[in-house]
Design a protein around this ligand. Sequence first.
Ligand code: NAI
Ligand code: MG
Length: 335
Amino acid sequence: MTYKITLIPGDGIGPEVTSAAVRVLEATGLKFEWESFAAGAEAYEKYKEYIPKELNESIERTRIGLKGPVTTPIGGGFSSINVELRKRFELYANVRPIRNLPGVHTRYPGVDLVVVRENTEGLYSGIEHEVVPGVVESLKIITEKASTRISKFAFNYARKMGRKKIHSIHKANIMKMSDGLFIRCSRNISKEYPEIIYGEHIVDNTCMQLVMNPYQYDILLLENLYGDIVSDLCAGLVGGLGLAPGANIGERASIFEAVHGSAPDIAGKNIANPTAVIRSGILMLRHLDEQDAANRVKAAVHHVYREGKHLTRDMGGTTSTSEFADKVVEAIHSK
Ligand code: NAI
Ligand code: MG
């Protein structure tokens, strides 16, 4: 069987890290047919569209994507391709497992938690306008439908993965109505899952708690912006953005991508860490129910880290992006 996958290499470090991940996934012996498309500024130059029609059609068809980061201009310019893809395909759940790798020394060994981020609304509604000169309004949209849907997803995920605890993260003391609705929905859903411990923490306190004692958390359930910010914090607990994978899950399609962005500061130098995208590839293999291949890629990545001889710059080594992929591929073949 051949898996058709939509590949979005993205820009910045995107093409470097996704091509590393593609090589690693192919080393499992599974057959993939990659339908590769540009998105964002690069796509606009070619097709006069930020998300080309062909890309759209490919995702409709394959229903699975592997994606590199896409740069979003600050201030003006086009709106985020990432946000647009998540909205367009209703990729409503952004799942980001946070786990240490063997041999990677951090302040927090043995962290094991999952960020579940609502991926379609909140302050990412993109509805902003100037009320009068000097005054701008950005609207935070929270709906019962999306809050209930993400809560159900988190509790089902907990049940399926044998996880014990969910904290709904909010600022309902200040945003009484919007975050109030969000936690009301998660609290309601929690009643259907009596075996899972349910708690609520305010988001600023959560950041402090995570840095003081990340072990108290199991699953963090957050609306869009808090999920974005807390994800990067959590990535930092286990060694940085080069390691943290993610999955954007929807009913019609799912797109797998790292937590990190296009890292313009290190792009084009073959020094970025492809681990986060490779680990996103493992999540994709699990989604395809290719558990054996997923386990083999995981074991190979762990092998390279445990050995500690071929690490990228962010992990204190000098190994390039492509050499790192070579080592993971070698480890897959030698098993
Ligand atoms: P970033 O995540 O690209 O980089 C933050 C820091 O982490 C930088 O110092 C970078 O060098 C480092 N870093 C990130 N990934 C790394 C990797 N794989 N290996 C080694 N070091 C790594 O965040 P930043 O700089 O705030 O955003 C850059 C651009 O990326 C922006 O245009 C932003 O909008 C976009 N972005 C896109 C995302 C996506 O496509 N899903 C997600 C996040 C940001
Ligand atoms: Mg982010």
